[in-house]
Design a protein around this ligand. Sequence first.
Ligand code: ZN
Length: 334
Amino acid sequence: MLVTSKAILEASLQGYKNGKPFAVGAYNVNNMEQAQGIMKAAKETLSPVILQMSRGALKYAEDKYLRNIIMAAAEVNPEIPIAMHLDHGNSMETVKRVIDLGFTSVMIDGSLMEDSKTPSTFEYNVKITSEVVKYAHDRGVSVEGELGTLGGFEDGVGSGKEHLTNPDEAVEFVEKTGVDALAISIGTSHGAHKFKGEAKIAYDIIEAIRKKLPDTYLVAHGSSSVPAELVEIINQYGGQMEHTAGVPMDMLLKATQYGINKINVDTDLRLAATAAARKFMAENPSKFDQRDWSGAAREGIYLEVLSHMKAFKTAGHAQEVPNWDLEYMKAQYR
Ligand SMILES: [Zn+2]
């Protein structure tokens, strides 16, 4: 079933408040096999799930193909709460476009200017985010904002310079904008090259923000684990990837204990699909049916998402997500 991110993340927040924290993974989707791989894991573990699409994904798959893939996922899995979410929206225009498509949740990343490269001012961020919140809430759609900047480059996302979110600014930002969820900068970054040395998460920042904002859903971006075994498979079968450090799963679980509710994972799915497809092609050099290697990639994604759903303790929480209808959602925001 299709629900808002707010419905899904409220279940996570209640878990935190009741001393049983779990996070919901937000997995990036660009095509049918990715959606199917993610949904197979969600169905098997009874996990609520956020399927998120970047502007790059909407361009690659075309808006309506992608929208209908997600609608199919919802139709085939009525027992699994699914949010259809825009990842890193950059403008009101993009937000309107995806809400028209039927998205139930949007992110507006006002930490960067519309080019998604230049860091913005706090005032700009408040202004664009408030406008999006007003527009989206009137239509029952939930909103994620971002404060602080993440390092890394992905789909034109990220300034390359990170600075951690200031907890007092976070309070002011949430009060002024009315966002439901807030992406905070806690030391992680986008892409496969997150850390030069050891991975570090600023748990003290999460703790301080969670204390000051007890009812806001907190989001960690750039949180792939970049499993070494996947990089090894890729390189064993002809790839040439540098070995780098991601965020280990146990550190992500610890982040949920400090109050993180949503964890964005993209790179790990890319690695899993590429590793599985490369291995399949190397071991089956005479095969040329796309269904064979795309099917192998789909299975790789399923296994990777399965491990995330278990690690984040999302498994088993599908039934806790309230099935708010659109009218109820609209009333909730007013
Ligand atoms: Zn992000």
